[in-house]
Design a binder for this molecule. Structure first.
Ligand SMILES: Cc1ncc(COP(=O)(O)O)c(C=O)c1O
Length: 426
């Protein structure tokens, strides 16, 4: 199946369902009856795949995982309770105390805090570098570095990551490139085609689109050699899993060693599983992802053009604008679109910014992105408020920045609302 068909059909075959259900049923069950003790033992030993307990896997969640794997042309996916847990698990799955990873300095505020305050408490250090500076990226790698991590388009700075260049650097050191593809989705970027090894999502955003659930996922491309000696957690016998050496003992399943470990170690033991109800909601949204993204991108382009010409606007960042520093990368990585987000600095600084936000009528003022509705926020006083001024600038979110997530409403209404709110600041 091609992409648009997969959005609707992948991971579920209604012909194979005893009731012929067209949409995936919600399996609200905690546990599953084993056929016999041999069956139970073989499930626990990963000799066969099947249902054990809904923290570890659930048929409704499994259908979503299969769909996400197919959409990304990947090998395996683990769905999680949030984008935040997906970010966390994607990293702790391959590193422990004393290890580090190279991280883009431009990041979503919550991820920034996780990397700056939470992971270091457990001895895992993020070495933050400007990911457009490849020399700095390469020079920061040492023998304890386990991955390079970045967002495909950074939140909110809208830096477009050069995935091919970063994955070349990662692979030349035998480590993976992990990308948070929340801002692109597989509808506008197939990160694996450019060399990423692991894709992380907040499914809360465009992938669902309806703004009804918090959800995340980690998807593995397959084929990375986790037993190459750079990952002690994949070399030493895992005492929590029958002495399994994840990088060596899985035979053909070694192709998805990362996902199998993620499910059976972090997910099984820390428990940030997705509920079947959430998986159902995400799949409902996914069906229209490609259509929505098309409209989001068209509307964002028009909104950026409008703001770029407006007298009361100091500067605009939108990768699809010809004068944007990310324009060339957007041609390569965003299928010639500029994505769906626009950020700008308003004349009059912080006060004008607050007035602008308070006077918006149709745009919703919320701490979210990727909804069908147009959304606006001032990150410095909200999503990124835990950062000081230097950190704000390093994270690509200067104090005057206003972030717009452009929805799929009529463009006349979007521009009308932006215009009247801008006028209110003059
Ligand atoms: C790029 C990015 N990654 C991860 C997250 C965290 O996702 P969630 O809110 O689903 O935990 C967000 C949230 O805004 C985000 O923008």
């Amino acid at each position: 199946m091609k992409y648009n068909s997969k959005l609707i059909h992948a991971g579920w075959d209604s012909d194979a369902d005893p009731e012929g259900a067209i949409t995936v049923p919600i399996y609200r069950t905690t546990a599953y009856q084993f056929n016999n003790t041999e069956h139970a033992a073989s499930l626990f030993a990963l000799k066969e795949f099947g249902n054990i307990y809904s923290r570890i896997g659930n048929p409704t969640v499994g259908a979503l995982e299969a769909r996400l794997t197919a959409l990304e042309d990947g090998a395996m996916c683990v769905a999680l309770s949030s984008g935040t847990s997906a970010v966390m698990y994607s990293l702790i799955n391959i590193m422990s105390q004393g290890d580090n990873f190279i991280s883009a300095s431009q990041l979503y505020g919550g991820t920034y805090t996780m990397f700056d305050n939470i992971l270091p408490e457990y001895g895992i250090n993020a070495k933050k570098v400007d990911i457009t500076d490849f020399k700095a990226v390469e020079d920061s790698i040492d023998d304890k570095t386990r991955a390079i991590y970045c967002e495909t388009i950074t939140n909110p700075g809208l830096v477009v990551a050069d995935i091919s260049a970063l994955s070349d650097i990662a692979h030349s050191h035998g480590i993976p490139l992990i990308v948070d593809a929340t801002f692109t989705t597989s509808a506008i970027q197939k990160s694996f085609d450019f060399g990423a090894d692991i894709v992380v999502y907040s499914l809360t955003k465009w992938m669902s689109g309806h703004g009804r659930v918090i959800a995340g996922a980690v998807i593995e491309k397959g084929g990375f050699d986790w037993g190459n000696g750079n990952f002690p957690l994949f070399d030493k016998p895992d005492t929590s899993y029958g002495g399994m050496r994840w990088g060596h003992d899985l035979g053909e399943l070694g192709n998805v060693a990362y996902s199998l470990r993620l499910r059976t170690v972090p997910l099984r033991n820390l428990g940030a599983n997705m509920s079947p109800d959430t998986a159902f909601e995400v799949m409902s949204g996914l069906e229209t992802l490609a259509l929505r993204m098309e409209r989001h991108c068209e509307n964002a382009k028009q909104a950026a053009d409008y703001l770029d010409k407006h007298d009361l606007v100091e500067w605009v960042r939108f990768p699809g604008l010809k004068n944007d520093p990310a324009f060339e990368l957007s041609e390569k990585y965003l299928q010639g679109t500029g994505g769906t987000m626009v950020v700008f600095g308003i004349k009059g600084g912080k006060d004008a910014g607050q007035k602008f936000i308070d006077n918006l009528k149709m745009f919703r003022h919320v701490a979210n992105v990727g909804d069908t509705r147009s959304l606006a926020i001032h990150p410095a006083t909200t999503t990124h408020s835990q950062l000081d001024e230097d950190q704000l600038i390093a994270a690509g979110s200067p104090p005057e920045l206003i972030r717009l997530s452009i929805g799929i409403e009529d463009i006349e209404d979007i521009l009308g609302d932006l215009g009247q709110a801008l006028e209110s600041t003059s």
